[in-house]
Design a protein around this ligand. Structure first.
Ligand code: AMP
Length: 231
């Protein structure tokens, strides 16, 4: 099963993708996380991406497409993946369709988290992530159990440098100009489901699971036991 999560920065894509990944046993493929890891390790990809991320601009399409292609070829992505932060341009969306076609797969659903821009700027300001495991928290909507510490691995939570208000503002402008057309692209393809992203985290998740429907969890016909297989 291939799921794409769309929505502006601060809509809750990371949190929702993590929850869905746990439910559906699919890898959470977050391009922003892959780039931040590359920056931390000072790889050529990281050195290329850093100035773009620092300015709140998009990393060039060719770089992103080959990064996602490589990630899709890893064994854990065989049953599918939940894409977070990709595609961010219509060009990337076209390349993704082509890539999946070549792999004999297709996008099952695009979940679009709709949320007013005024709300997202405040959300971004309250956002913290764990540099050790990538978990994301929000001081208002999904705070960690212990202040400043990750629930999963007890790592010390940090704020992303591009969550600063001026950079966040630029990211929202870039979203409107370059990523909002991707919503239209998928709507026209009939795979898009709109979800009210302003609701509580659990309600958003419920709506997503409903949108994914019974295709998310199918009984495994080859198994003699009553186990479930994820597709
Ligand atoms: P995110 O963690 O998804 O908010 O991404 C953080 C930053 O990484 C973005 O502001 C971009 O600079 C860069 N980035 C992540 N995904 C992409 C993508 N698909 N295309 C271009 N740039 C990206």
């Amino acid at each position: 099963m291939v799921i794409v999560m769309l929505g502006p920065p601060g809509a809750g894509k990371g949190t929702q993708c993590q929850l869905l990944a746990e439910r559906l046993l699919l890898p959470h493929l977050a391009t922003g996380n892959l780039l931040r890891e590359a920056i931390a390790r000072k790889t050529p990809l990281g050195n290329l991406a850093k100035p773009y991320i620092d300015r709140g601009e998009l990393v060039p399409d060719e770089t992103m497409v080959s990064l996602v292609r490589e990630r899709f070829l890893e064994p854990d992505a065989k049953p599918g993946a939940i894409l977070d932060g990709f595609p961010r341009t219509v060009e990337q969306a076209r390349a993704l369709n082509q890539m999946l076609f070549e792999l004999g797969r297709k996008i099952d659903r695009v979940l679009y988290l709709r949320i007013p821009v005024e709300v997202v700027l405040d959300r971004i300001a309250g956002r913290y992530t764990c540099p050790c495991c990538g978990a994301t928290y929000n001081l208002t909507s999904s705070p960690p159990r212990m202040a400043g510490r990750c629930d999963r691995c007890n790592g010390v939570l940090v704020q992303r440098s591009d969550d600063r208000r001026d950079v966040a503002q630029r990211r929202l402008e870039v979203y409107e100009a370059q990523t909002a057309p991707v919503v239209t692209f998928y709507r026209e393809q009939g795979v898009l489901v709109e979800i009210d992203g302003a609701q509580a985290v659990e309600r958003v998740l419920e709506d997503e699971l409903e949108a994914l429907g019974s295709s998310a969890l199918m009984p495994d016909p080859e198994s003699t036991e009553a186990t479930w297989q994820h597709r």
